[in-house]
Each structure stands twice: as structure tokens, then as C-alpha cells.
Design a protein around this ligand. Structure first.
Ligand SMILES: N[C@@H](CCC(=O)N[C@@H](CS)C(=O)NCC(=O)O)C(=O)O
Length: 207
């Protein structure tokens, strides 16, 4: 199996974490691609050229959630992704993934030149993300033992990782202390730590 990825893509990070949990890391070849470049090999497979993209023989999958479900199935261990029918878990997953989407949009905007950044977008993102943080600060319970890694918690931890890496909200730890404690419990897990976004993998944002 081959996973096309970039080290700082949170969606690809979710797949890398899931591959480790599923025990299929050794069967997974990782190919680091350059997004929005004519040399991006993903474009020949999927015109949008987005990562993550997984290829396994005739199977080609985009979308982190589908890839994680596939890796779950390959590993045959307890699945990270909720099944249809478990509507509460699916709803929680969707909320966490939408939070990651909002943080990702915001992080991309701050990577553009300051003179071209949209105040509108930055304000909307800040308000939206703060609403979610305020909500999860009340509802998240900080795990007492081994933190459960599911598609929902992996979405959340990658979103918080992006927020920190791009320094989107300097006051988040003080304003949302329960979220900070939750995040600290996850960040020490080896596969979570080893897949965190890295300054040396940052590439200029080009069209
Ligand atoms: N909904 C997709 C989102 C994937 C996505 O947005 N990937 C970004 C990188 S984080 C990407 O490849 N963007 C293409 C680009 O920037 O040109 C998923 O869940 O996998």
C-alpha cells in the first residue's frame, strides 16, 4: 500500500496514526509529495491533487475517513472509525472533523502574505473555532488511563496540533484549560508525538 502525504497535512497525519494503531505500518509505503506542483504524482491519480491518497492494488482512496476505515479493515483490530448505525458516534466524529476543517482553512490563510490575508476569513475562523473550543472545554473528559484513539479523538488532536503549530490562538491554553489538559494527555503518545507538524517540512504556499 502506498500513502501519498505531506508531513504537515493533518488529514494525512490521521491516516499515519491509524496505520500504526491498525498494525499495518510495515505494509505502508509513504510518499511525500509537493502540493500544487506539476510534479505532484497525486494529480495523475486524482485531479484535485490532494493528500492523503491511498493506493492498494486496484483500490484508490481519497478522504482521510475512508482511508482510516480501510486501514482499520486491513489491520483487523478494533476499528477507529464509527460504523453506520452508531449515529451518536458518527455525529461526534463529524463535529470533530468539521473543527479540523475550520482550523485548516484558518492555518492556510495565515500562511499567505499578511498584506493579502482576509480579515473577514480570519474573524470568521476565530469565532467559529472559539465556539467549538468553548463547547468541548465543557464536554471533553481528560482520560485517566490510556487515551482512547478513535477517528473523533484523532481529528481533535490533529486540529489542536495545527492550532498550536501555526500559533493561531495564543490564549487557547488559558481560555480552554480542559481542552489543554486533554491535548497534553494525547500529545505524549509516541505515534502522536512522532507525526506532529514540523517546521522543517513547511513549504512556501504557492498556487
Ligand atoms: N476532506 C479531505 C481533506 C484533504 C485536504 O484538504 N488535504 C489538503 C492538505 S491538508 C490538500 O491536499 N490540499 C491540496 C492543496 O493544498 O492543493 C480529507 O479528509 O482527506
Amino acid at each position: 500500500m502506498k500513502l501519498y502525504y505531506t508531513p504537515n497535512s493533518p488529514y494525512a497525519r490521521m491516516c499515519r496514526i491509524t496505520a500504526e494503531l491498525a498494525g499495518v505500518n510495515n505494509d505502508l509505503e509513504l510518499e511525500w509529495v509537493t502540493l500544487r506542483s506539476p510534479d505532484n504524482p497525486v494529480i495523475a491519480l486524482s485531479p484535485l491533487g490532494r493528500v492523503p491518497l491511498l493506493v492498494d492494488g486496484d483500490v484508490m482512496l481519497t478522504e482521510a475517513r475512508h482511508i482510516c476505515a480501510y486501514l482499520d479493515e486491513k489491520g483487523g483490530k478494533s476499528p477507529t472509525v464509527a460504523v453506520y448505525g452508531d449515529w451518536q458516534a458518527l455525529s461526534s466524529e463529524a463535529e470533530a472533523l468539521a473543527f479540523l476543517d475550520a482550523v485548516t482553512v484558518w492555518s492556510r490563510e495565515v500562511r499567505r502574505g499578511q498584506d493579502v490575508q482576509s480579515d473577514f476569513l480570519l474573524e470568521v475562523a476565530d469565532e467559529q473555532v472559539r465556539r467549538e473550543l468553548a463547547h468541548i472545554d465543557k464536554t471533553l473528559s481528560v482520560p485517566a488511563g490510556d487515551p482512547p484513539l478513535t477517528f473523533e479523538t484523532i481529528s481533535l488532536l490533529t486540529a489542536l496540533g495545527m492550532m498550536r503549530f501555526y500559533e493561531l490562538m495564543p490564549d487557547w491554553r488559558e481560555t480552554y484549560p480542559n481542552v489543554a489538559a486533554w491535548s497534553d494527555a494525547y500529545d505524549v503518545i509516541p505515534i502522536v508525538a512522532s507525526t506532529a507538524p514540523r517546521a522543517d517540512a513547511l513549504r512556501p504556499l504557492v498556487r
